[in-house]
Write a protein that binds this ligand. Structure first.
Ligand code: ATP
Ligand code: NCN
Length: 219
């Protein structure tokens, strides 16, 4: 059965770094990528844009991009958007044997031991880790994380197809320095964001004046 790959994020806003990772994972694993904006993020300050607006930006960003789709389930659920709950829900929908995977950046992986019921994640899904500048996976990982990941690492995409959950794959994609925090700061300061945003997302942000962006400011 085809791998079900989910890419969860705050996407406040979605940027070209996100798209590059999603496309790299799609190509490496030959599967559709389900982009899932978080509703009420459990771990950070409330996003600058509400959930519906962040989902609209994801839809604009992936319009016409093969193999990328939007999953709104965390926005439609009440309460905190814990990944373990999302994966349990997906697992009950797709059954026990369909492979399921969660895509995260290396910086998110380093914070994994702080996630709600984090050890249960491995019984529900595989993890696919995208490298991110400044979050080297080759450096020593925190001991409890390293121990949890030991014996799970694989270099073979096929291992994620042949088992339902529990493996960890490192994605070797070109590194991207783009970050939503930096983009929000640039927008509010009136600094052009250059090629960091998909054009339709940049136009939407300026049209709505999101993040303090001026209407008709240079993209
Ligand atoms: N440039 C990037 N390279 C690798 N991973 C990334 C990159 N940007 C985001 N990610 C990953 O994508 C997921 C969603 O990221 P998120 O929506 O928080 O974007 P962000 O740019 O990290 O935003 P913020 O600066 O607001 O934290 C996270 O797992 C994050 O690690
Ligand atoms: O479940 C948790 O406790 C948890 C803690 C931190 C992050 N997450 C999820 O990880 C994804 C990436 O988070 P972020 O903050 O980097 O956008 C997003 O889908 C979050 O909901 C989930």
């Amino acid at each position: 059965m085809a791998l079900h790959l989910v890419y969860g994020g705050t996407f406040d806003p979605i940027h070209n770094g996100h798209l590059a990772i999603a496309c790299a994972a799609r190509d490496a694993l030959a599967c559709t990528v389900h982009l899932m904006p978080t509703g009420d993020p459990p771990h950070r300050a409330p996003p600058g844009a509400d959930g519906a607006t962040r989902a609209t930006m994801v839809a604009l960003a992936i319009d016409g991009v093969p193999g990328l789709v939007l999953d709104r389930r965390e926005l439609e659920r009440q309460g905190r958007s814990y990944t373990v709950d999302t994966l349990a829900e997906l697992r009950s929908e797709i059954g026990p044997s369909t492979p399921l995977a969660w895509l995260v950046g290396a910086d998110s992986l380093l914070g994994l031991p702080g996630w709600h019921r984090w050890r249960d994640l491995f019984g529900l899904a595989h993890l696919v880790i995208a490298e991110r500048p400044g979050s080297a996976l080759d450096a020593e990982l925190p001991a409890e994380l390293a121990a949890a990941l030991q014996n799970r690492w694989t270099r073979e995409a096929a291992d994620l197809q042949s088992q339902p959950a529990g493996r960890v794959l490192r994605l070797h994609q070109p590194l991207s320095h783009v970050s939503a925090t930096a983009i929000r700061a640039q927008l509010s300061a009136g600094v052009p964001t250059g090629g960091q945003l998909p054009p339709a997302v940049a136009a939407f942000i300026h049209e709505k004046g999101l993040y303090g962006a001026a209407a008709r400011a240079p993209l």
